[in-house]
Design a binder for this molecule. Structure first.
Ligand code: NAD
Length: 376
């Protein structure tokens, strides 16, 4: 079976869905791989290295895709790419299926078997395929780097002959995979770190990283985690209580990093304009949820907003794309692990669509949208 990997078409996307390392592994597993020329350049993976790993180079996306049984992407394929797919081709990508209905409809209309990598279930067997985790981890790291860069002061405490520099106070809101890495990174840089989440399990995780946990710990909080390990959408009452607690805390913070997401819903609003107005001049907020609508009132996608009181709100999308070589390496390994579900023992293309993992992540097949959460 032939896998195509094309250059990402979405503006600003620097990652790539296969690296020379995974091309080699895919070929060893029985696939042939076609890579569009220049597909990895923005992530520092060169055409010559793909060729040396055994890939065929294609001059453009169309010629790569038209001969392929499978298309691997980071983001959703473009309409042109979908048009070039062979009948019945398999597509695996972060399809953003709750929001990007046009892509979903086009994939269905083309008869593709499309797999949304975000829907890979969080079971042990699928951990190696978990692109949300591999990318969120890097995003959490990068958020601290971006925040530190925008912050006009030092992160660690320094005692010098000229006096003492105070340690920065970093507050992480939302302690999933990204938040935990943000805490760890801020701690390594010497900041004093606090964190909040609505899932009770996070308290111990926060404390084990040497940060302080802050949250309204009422009955609703005790039940705020779904069986799948995600947060529920909290009631208006809880959000009001939480906001009050956060208000008294946030004005003392130097860098705030927000990462809160609810699967299939807009990001919860965690920081109001009044809270931003209570912060000191020179403080920085990094909103990792900006692509899902943002956790912070006033955040603007792709911009740094400076408020009247001198607070910078960073709305940079796609932080994993700012660390493209590592982000691609991990994403590509996730896809390599996923590829094993597509072959039978003889190395032929024969996906078992009843497999728990494939079933959970398959969004279109046979001309229709098949995922229960996405059917109209
Ligand atoms: P996510 O990206 O969906 O959300 C980020 C964080 O925001 C979560 O911790 C969530 O609880 C939090 N949040 C949501 N609403 C909030 C609010 N109003 N206020 C404060 N925080 C809020 O989460 P994620 O990073 O994907 O992780 C979710 C869980 O899944 C974690 O427990 C993680 O450890 C777990 N996980 C398990 C596996 C596995 O078992 N294979 C893999 C990855 C992650």
């Amino acid at each position: 079976a032939v896998i195509a990997v094309t250059k990402e078409s979405r503006a600003g996307e620097t990652r790539v869905a296969a690296t020379p390392e995974t091309v080699k592994k895919l070929i060893a597993a029985g696939f042939a791989v076609t890579v569009e020329a220049g597909a990895g350049t923005a992530a520092s993976y060169l055409d010559a290295d793909y060729e040396a790993a055994g890939a065929m180079l294609a001059k453009d996306a169309k010629s790569a895709i038209s001969g392929a049984d499978i298309l691997f992407k980071v983001r959703a394929p473009s309409q042109d790419e979908i048009a070039a797919l062979k009948a019945g081709a398999i597509v695996a990508a972060s399809l953003n299926p709750h929001q990007d209905k046009d892509t979903l409809n086009a994939l269905a209309a083309k008869g593709a078997s499309a797999v949304a990598m975000e829907f890979i279930p969080r079971i042990t067997r699928a951990q190696v395929m978990d692109v949300l985790s591999s990318q969120a981890n890097l995003a959490g790291y990068r958020a601290v780097i971006e925040g530190a860069e925008a912050y006009g002061k030092a992160m660690p405490m320094m005692m010098t002959a000229a006096g003492t520099v105070a340690a920065a106070k970093v507050f992480v809101m939302g302690v999933g995979v990204a938040g935990l890495q943000a805490i760890a990174t801020a701690r390594r840089l010497g900041a004093v770190v606090t964190a909040t989440d609505v899932r009770p399990a996070t308290k111990e995780q926060v404390e084990s990283l040497g940060a302080k946990f802050i949250a309204v710990e009422d009955e609703e909080f005790k039940n705020a985690q779904t069986a799948g390990g995600y947060a529920k959408e909290m009631s208006a009452e809880y959000q009001a209580k939480q906001a009050e607690l956060i208000s008294s805390h946030i004005g003392k913070q130097d860098i705030v990093i927000t990462t809160a997401l609810i699967p299939g819903r807009p990001a919860p609003r965690l920081v109001t304009a009044a809270q931003v107005a209570s912060m000191k001049a020179g403080s920085v907020i990094v909103d990792l949820a900006v692509e899902q609508g943002g956790n912070v009132e006033g955040v603007k996608l792709g911009e740094t907003v400076v408020t009247a009181n001198g607070v910078k709100i960073l709305g940079a999308p796609n932080l994993p794309g700012r660390i493209a070589a590592d982000a691609s390496a991990l994403y590509a390994r996730n896809l390599f692990a996923f590829s094993s579900l597509l072959l039978n023992k003889e190395g032929q293309l024969a996906p078992d669509w009843e497999d728990e993992i494939l079933k959970a992540a398959l969004v279109t097949q046979g001309g229709a949208i098949v995922h229960p959460q996405l059917k109209a």
